[in-house]
Design a binder for this molecule. Structure first.
Ligand SMILES: [Zn+2]
Length: 282
């Protein structure tokens, strides 16, 4: 009779790894700000803001447009899709990746473009969708923003672009990089037509998006605590061989160093944009 060795297998032994944790995904979330457990429904009802500490969780493109527009809005260019010009294959073919993304996000590409009123004023708003291949800038996004600019010039309506992106879309190679030039050129025409363009940077805004339209606003506004930069902090540290300061590449740091005009809470964003447009348009 063994006193010290377990005769029966422990209960957990037969349980597969994935079943050992209580799965609460979809219901509860841990807040990165206050480390408290937050009920997802509370977030959904509160613009994805933590009810305890106001930590800004990411907001998807459609919810963003619903939040900024007064009511119903018209979607533009929803039929534009990428043609996969390079027939690119990484871990899976790009065309397959696009197909999968369209299914999971119910979006044609990584940007939603719409028109409607914001506190009574007709505006065009584009919002990037991070869940669609990292909100990457490709031909479709380039064309959609360029068209939004043309429409803004035609209707003399201010343009607002809400960014959330990992940068250019590598599956479209140099063609995606050309979109930076294309959008910048279009924004120059908007500027010449003296129509305001407001850029809103949310977590995260990096790479080619930061290097083009996200930083070209008449005013550039960011949400609190958003990661904003060109290259990631690790790449920079390895290149300059120096430790980066605390809070580097976060909204508040960038505001302090003159890269942004304001850091505005999501709950006050609509009001802030409306006031800015009053200032520009009167
Ligand atoms: Zn919190």
């Amino acid at each position: 009779m063994a006193w010290f060795t377990r005769q029966k297998p422990s209960v957990e032994k037969g349980t597969p790894e994935h079943a050992r944790h209580v799965r609460t995904e979809g219901l509860w979330l841990k807040c990165e700000g206050c480390r408290q457990i937050v009920w997802r429904r509370n977030l959904d009802e509160n613009l994805q803001l933590c009810p305890r500490c106001e930590f800004h969780f990411r907001l998807d493109a459609r919810a963003r447009l619903n939040m900024l527009f007064d009511g119903a809005w018209e979607e533009f260019d929803s039929s534009l899709v990428s043609t996969d010009p390079l027939e690119f294959v990484d871990s899976k073919p790009y065309s397959q990746r696009l197909e999968d993304m369209r299914k999971t996000t119910s979006l044609p590409d990584a940007l939603l473009s719409g028109g409607g009123t914001l506190q009574g004023r007709y505006v065009h708003i584009c919002a990037l969708e991070l869940k669609f291949i990292g909100g990457s800038l490709g031909t479709v996004m380039g064309e959609k923003i360029a068209r939004a600019v043309e429409r803004s010039i035609e209707k003399r309506a201010p343009l607002i672009v809400v960014s959330a992106s990992g940068g250019a879309r590598m599956q479209e190679g140099a063609v995606s990089l050309m979109q930076m030039v294309k959008i910048s050129g279009a924004l120059m025409r908007l500027d010449e037509a003296r129509i305001p363009y407001i850029s809103v940077l949310t977590d995260p805004t990096t790479g080619g998006v930061t290097a083009s339209f996200a930083m070209l606003g008449d005013i550039n506004i960011a949400e609190p605590g958003a990661l904003i930069g060109f290259a990631g902090p690790r790449v920079i540290e390895q290149t300059i061989r120096q430790k980066l300061p605390q809070g580097f590449q976060r909204s508040e740091f960038l505001l302090q160093h003159g890269f942004l005009d304001a850091v505005v809470k999501r709950s006050e964003l609509k009001q802030y944009i409306a006031r800015s447009l009053d200032f520009f348009c009167s």
